[in-house]
Design a protein around this ligand. Structure first.
Ligand code: NAD
Ligand code: GLY
Length: 369
């Protein structure tokens, strides 16, 4: 088992990474939480695959183990679904000695974390991520949120889990499209922080797509180490943490503009990174060959490298509601060389030029969705 520590003083915690963790009760033996109620929050897709197995591993450690099953999909990352968690908690008379277990991908993790942050003003939670995207990114670092019709992840809280359990064997049931979406965040970590990791990815991308467990374990651990380092320096995104949003200003606009759930988050980030690299080239920060190198890797991961045609006005409108926007100026994470991110505003004409140079042909607009 690989363990990565998130060093946050009294809120420090471990990420445990290995195959088979879910079925081993000892995985959950040493979490410093009250031994009252465990509520497993999951969705209709993940529940039949893994909920009973997790519950069995939790039984020895809690007085009672309950389940809350939500509908599946980004389009359900809403107030209404969040409220379903609160309703279950209240109906089952869950008190402050309750721990929430987020079993699923980033949508379940983000919503469960937000529920834990606010139920009775805060109860502990544990992340049990079952998608590659959630194992390498969303389960780590304590960002929790729901979407608003006017903006992605706009309502939420910073709230750290007590433990992250990344069981690599759960990745075998993941649909190929979801695996590729997770690879987008893997490539993001390499592009912003680690050239050696980028080289490694270029030689192991086929092994990752084939779900070689050793390669997956290495990728998850390397991403978690990069993210742990950033989060330990800037937990609440006062500055540095924004680099983890490489590709996301364009990506969030694609997700929102196309309707939540049509483009997967990772797919939108894949195309978004191509656009952000192109913008970096236009602003004289990145050699064109490096942008092409990144785009080739993104394509090899099975991700889109072209963007949907939202129309210039809607692109501008969606990018404006990004959380990095300051005083009305949209800011982008750009690359001043591979592995060297920088946060800055860019002239809208250059932004639109990057988008125009990477639009999908009209015939493909509905296919990606
Ligand atoms: P997701 O949670 O929608 O999961 C993808 C799909 O895979 C869903 O249908 C899910 O039910 C299914 N699934 C999950 N595990 C499975 C398994 N083992 N086998 C088969 N199917 C499985 O999507 P995601 O890509 O995991 O997460 C995307 C979300 O994460 C977005 O909402 C994004 O905003 C958020 N996110 C948050 C952070 C953060 O720091 N908090 C970082 C990145 C992304
Ligand atoms: N995924 C971006 C962050 O955690 O900050």
């Amino acid at each position: 088992m690989t363990t990565v520590r998130i060093a946050l003083d009294s809120r420090a915690y471990d990420i445990r990474i290995a195959a088979g963790l879910l079925d081993n009760p000892s995985t959950f033996a040493s979490i410093a939480v009250p031994k009252g109620t465990a509520l497993v929050v999951t969705n209709t897709t993940v529940a039949p695959l893994y909920a009973a197995r997790l519950e069995q591993s939790l039984q020895p450690h809690f007085a009672r183990v309950l389940r809350c099953t939500l509908p599946d999909g980004e389009e359900y990352k809403t107030w209404e679904t969040l409220n379903q968690i609160f309703t279950d908690l209240l109906r089952q008379q869950c008190d402050r000695k309750t721990t929430l277990f987020a079993l699923g991908g980033g949508v379940i993790g983000d919503m469960t974390g937000f529920a834990a942050a606010s139920y009775m003003r805060g109860v502990p939670f544990v992340q049990v991520p079952t998608t590659l995207l959630a194992q390498v990114d969303s389960s780590v670092g304590g960002k929790t949120a729901i979407n608003h019709p006017l903006g992605k992840n706009m309502i939420g809280a910073f709230y750290q889990p007590r433990l992250v359990v990344a069981d690599l064997s759960t990745l075998h049931s993941l649909p190929p499209r979801e695996l590729s979406a997770g690879l987008a965040e893997v490539i993001k970590h390499a592009a912003i922080a680690d050239l050696d990791f980028l080289d490694w990815l270029e030689s192991h991308i086929d092994a990752l797509i084939a779900r070689d467990v050793t390669a997956l374990g290495e990728a998850v651990a390397r991403c978690c180490r990069i993210k742990a380092d950033v989060v330990a320096q800037d937990e609440t995104e006062a500055g540095l943490r924004a680099v983890l949003n490489f590709g996301h200003t364009f990506g969030h606009a694609i997700e929102g503009g196309m309707g939540y759930g049509n483009w997967l988050h990772g797919e939108a980030v894949g195309a978004g990174m191509v656009l952000a690299a192109d913008l970096s080239v236009r602003l004289g920060l990145l050699p064109p060959a490096d942008a092409e190198r990144l785009a080739r890797l993104i394509a090899r991961a099975g991700l889109p490298v072209r963007a949907p045609d939202l129309g210039a006005a809607r692109w501008a409108e969606w990018m404006q509601v990004d959380k990095k926007t300051e005083g009305g100026a949209v800011r982008f994470v750009l690359l001043q060389g591979l592995g060297r991110p920088v946060l800055r505003a860019a002239p809208m004409a250059e932004v639109q030029a990057s988008i125009a140079a990477h639009l999908q042909p009209v015939s493909a607009q509905t296919e990606t969705a």
